[in-house]
Design a protein around this ligand. Structure first.
Ligand SMILES: Cc1cc2nc3c(=O)[nH]c(=O)nc-3n(C[C@H](O)[C@H](O)[C@H](O)COP(=O)(O)OP(=O)(O)OC[C@H]3O[C@@H](n4cnc5c(N)ncnc54)[C@H](O)[C@@H]3O)c2cc1C
Length: 386
């Protein structure tokens, strides 16, 4: 399928492909086994100028397009779905600044992130507040020129490694969803520490830890947007970032499909290549069709977002994340099936792809939550027509 990429987009894909093949492929098993943070690859991405793919040029980025992020993440995830999260989760942590930040905040934080000198992270989830973010208990109390943060965030990607955190807390608990605000918190601020490092099923090259705030005083200038607007910032951020998760899922699926085709061509059973069996051919045909359909939906969504900056794309963004992640799970499961027993063994990459794919159905809103969002938008659209 030809997606009519511009020369600049083709160049970005080529740069990402080179890093994926030359730098990531040889070390992906190492990072999966050791759960080390892949700093050397982050430095390679920075050198290739890919860390700022989604950040506008005036802040040192590559143009500020969601589609750029999608293309880079997809390409990296064809080889490894975990390592590139250092970049994708930084985008998630940076979008609140891009969406709600003042010019001063943008100038202060974005150039270092665009250059890959600093990573970012997004702190929304808490032990009692996952799908229902409004149940959060972290508070931010205004005291003079500061806000004082208390509470714990859990499951935060890039935690401990990132320098810049966008964190959600209740400034006015009585106001419920309208009492949530968003802040920039810098690593090293007294009263801000990192807790338990999670051991995970997949994406093991990505770090997932708690953020712990204990009377953490942050300057009032670090409030993002207006007090009480935090939930809106979170929702707009997730609308913008979900295509990134969709791209991660799509990349993993496309990588698994490639592995399955090449294995099927060379594996011989009953005196012939298993690719000559119709049962295998039909699985490959369905996998390829679903991958291409997922790509069409995602690319079109990202292009639509870039063509209408500021316009909410909740439905399309949720559709892309839902469909790409479900395709990733089906395709990677079938890739394991096509490789048979070898598919289940760590020496071959598809079992890892299946483990890595699962998270895309869970974070930044589970598949159930994406369906809720899509249905809500459909009903709203229908009501608006009457
Ligand atoms: C590896 C990893 C990395 C993560 N990274 C980050 C991060 O960087 N920043 C961050 O803030 N968070 C992060 N998260 C948190 C992630 O976004 C949440 O885990 C996710 O939103 C689900 O919340 P939960 O785990 O509390 O599940 P729950 O909300 O408790 O859901 C449990 C089940 O109930 C279902 N359910 C809940 N509500 C409904 C409903 N209304 N309708 C239908 N079904 C429903 C869910 O779909 C799910 O199947 C990460 C999580 C993991 C595992």
């Amino acid at each position: 399928m030809d997606y009519f990429l511009s020369d600049e987009e083709k160049m970005m894909v080529e740069l990402a492909r080179k890093i994926a093949q030359e730098k990531i492929k040889p070390v992906r098993e190492h990072y999966d086994e050791t759960e080390e943070f892949p700093w050397p690859i982050v430095h390679d991405l920075a050198k290739a100028d890919l860390c700022g793919a989604y950040i506008p040029e005036q802040y040192g980025g590559f143009g500020g397009k969601v589609f750029n992020l999608v293309l880079v993440v997809e390409e990296l995830c064809k080889v490894d779905g975990g390592i590139s999260l250092a970049l994708a989760a930084t985008a998630l942590g940076t979008f609140p600044i891009l969406i709600a930040g003042s010019e001063e905040q943008k100038k202060k934080y974005l150039p270092d992130i665009a250059a890959g000198r600093k990573l970012a992270a997004f702190g929304l989830t808490e032990p009692e507040a996952g799908s229902d973010a409004t149940a959060m208990r972290t508070t931010a109390k205004k005291e003079g020129d500061f806000y004082v943060l208390n509470g714990t965030k859990c499951f935060i990607t890039n935690a401990g490694e990132a320098e810049t955190y966008t964190v959600f807390a209740k400034t006015n608990p009585e106001r419920g969803p309208r009492g949530i605000s968003c802040f920039i918190v810098e690593k090293g601020t007294p009263g801000f520490e990192f807790g338990k490092k999670e051991k995970k099923m997949g994406i093991r090259a990505s770090v997932t830890r708690e953020l712990i705030f204990n009377n953490c005083m942050i300057p009032k200038e670090n409030l993002l947007g207006k007090e009480g607007h935090g939930l809106m910032v979170a929702q707009a951020t997730l609308d913008t970032s979900r295509p990134g998760v969709a791209a991660q899922a799509l990349g993993i699926a496309a990588g698994a499909l490639e592995e399955a085709i090449s294995y099927a061509r060379t594996r011989v059973q009953f005196g012939q290549s298993i690719s000559s069996f119709q049962a295998i051919q039909h699985m490959l045909a369905d996998m390829a069709t679903e991958v291409e359909a997922a790509r069409c939906l995602l690319y079109q969504t990202a292009r639509m977002m870039d063509a209408n900056p500021g316009k909410r794309t909740t439905k399309e963004s949720a559709m892309s994340k839902l469909y790409c992640s479900e395709v990733a799970m089906r395709v990677t499961t079938n890739a394991v099936q096509i490789l048979g027993g070898y598919g289940y063994i760590r020496e071959y990459p598809v079992e890892k792809m299946m483990r890595d794919a699962k998270i895309t159905q869970i974070y930044e809103g589970t598949s159930q939550i994406q369906r809720n969002e899509i249905a809500l938008q459909l009903i709203k659209e229908s009501a608006a027509k009457k």
